[in-house]
Design a protein around this ligand. Structure first.
Ligand SMILES: NC(=O)c1ccc[n+]([C@@H]2O[C@H](COP(=O)([O-])OP(=O)(O)OC[C@H]3O[C@@H](n4cnc5c(N)ncnc54)[C@H](O)[C@@H]3O)[C@@H](O)[C@H]2O)c1
Length: 329
């Protein structure tokens, strides 16, 4: 059955891949975005509602009498460093914006929401792998706002008004370069695109933050999940909500941990040349290891990551060359 979904933040990195997956699954997708970090080229061919979710009156009027079978809520600010410098912006954008969106959703009787949460809600890990039962103790404002967004959804669910899944992503990576989609943030804070931008000739330095952690090679270990695997998990989460309803929090990760040096080596293999980098001091708040236990998503959604590091890096490198061409236009 073809359904029609609203995708907030659908002009951004992960949201634009979800739009492709929805269309691929014969659904309709309408993007809602203010283009603060999203890209117009990523929405070509799709209906777009340009509005800032912080503006309740504008949101209400843009969505009046619209019917959607559910909402995928990606729209958020997500730079950890910036969140500490601009906490009010982050609370207004992420938390107030979500409250506004939920208000309009309830007014229009949309009752299913899949929300982009993050591993940042856990804070400093207390175990080698992180399951959903891990204490929730964010160590930055970004993580605090994401936890508050989860709590908002939970409260609205308890009121009997909404079924929701909060998907706690670990590190999203990779691209669908054949569909002209990929990661493009300014500034870019994620490791793989930064390594590949350096390999493609960008002049700024590439720094590894700390090589004296208690890990096999001294650099931090993270869990990288291909953006196309993430998109599939969203489709499954929405389908599950339509079947069973409820409120769920699920980790989305590959359950494999790679160190910064391993990522560098994987990128060097893909590009076929060494990539120059420096070693800098540790960044405050960076735990040595963050790896998901994604067993609950496996049980509840029948989902697991199917794409490994090679596919992530190869697709990200193809996309980086496409991105350089777009940038040069
Ligand atoms: N990229 C990751 O590794 C990662 C990891 C965990 C969680 N997340 C979450 O996933 C979501 C998507 O991440 P992304 O990397 O695609 O980010 P992104 O910045 O590429 O996309 C966010 C989109 O939301 C839009 N937006 C932001 N504020 C808005 C507002 N007030 N009104 C309307 N639109 C607004 C932006 O213009 C952009 O298109 C975010 O909620 C992020 O917190 C991302």
């Amino acid at each position: 059955m073809s359904l029609h979904y609203l995708v907030t933040g659908g002009a951004g990195y992960i949201g634009s891949h979800l739009v492709l997956a929805l269309v691929g699954a014969q659904h309709q997708a309408t993007v809602l975005d203010d283009f603060s970090t999203g890209h117009r080229w990523a929405t070509e061919g799709h209906e777009v509602i340009e509005v800032d979710i912080r503006d309740l009156a504008a949101l209400r009027s843009a969505l009046l009498h619209r019917h959607f079978d559910g909402v995928f809520h990606f729209a958020a600010k997500s730079l950890v460093g910036e969140s500490g410098q601009k906490p009010l912006l982050y609370y207004q954008n992420n938390v107030t914006g979500t409250a506004n969106l939920l208000e309009v959703a309830l007014e229009n009787d949309w009752r299913h929401c899949v929300f982009s949460s993050t591993a940042a809600v856990y804070g400093s890990p207390q175990s080698a792998v992180i399951a959903e039962e891990h204490p929730l103790n964010p160590v930055n404002v970004y993580g605090e706002t994401k936890l508050a967004m989860e709590q908002l959804l939970s409260a609205v669910h308890k009121q009997g008004a909404m079924h929701a899944v909060c998907l706690r992503y670990f590190n999203a990576a990779g691209a669908a370069p054949d569909a002209h989609r990929g990661e493009w943030h300014e500034p870019e804070t994620h490791l793989i695109p930064n390594v590949l931008r350096k390999a493609a000739g960008e002049a700024r330095p590439l720094t590894i933050f700390g090589d004296d952690y208690d890990t096999p090679d001294g650099t931090c270990i993270r869990d990288y999940i291909h953006v196309l695997d993430l998109a599939q998990a969203h489709l499954k989460a929405m389908a599950m909500l339509h079947r069973e309803g409820g409120f769920h929090t699920l980790n989305l990760g590959s359950e494999a941990g790679y160190s910064v040096r391993e990522i560098l080596r994987a990128c060097e293999t893909t590009v076929g040349q060494p990539i120059t980098h420096d070693i800098g001091p540790r960044r405050q708040g960076d735990p040595p290891r963050l790896v998901a236990d994604a067993g609950r998503a496996g049980q509840i959604l029948g989902w697991r990551a199917t794409r490994g590091l090679r596919e992530i890096v190869d697709s990200a490198w193809l996309w980086e060359q496409e991105r350089q061409r777009l940038q040069a236009r």
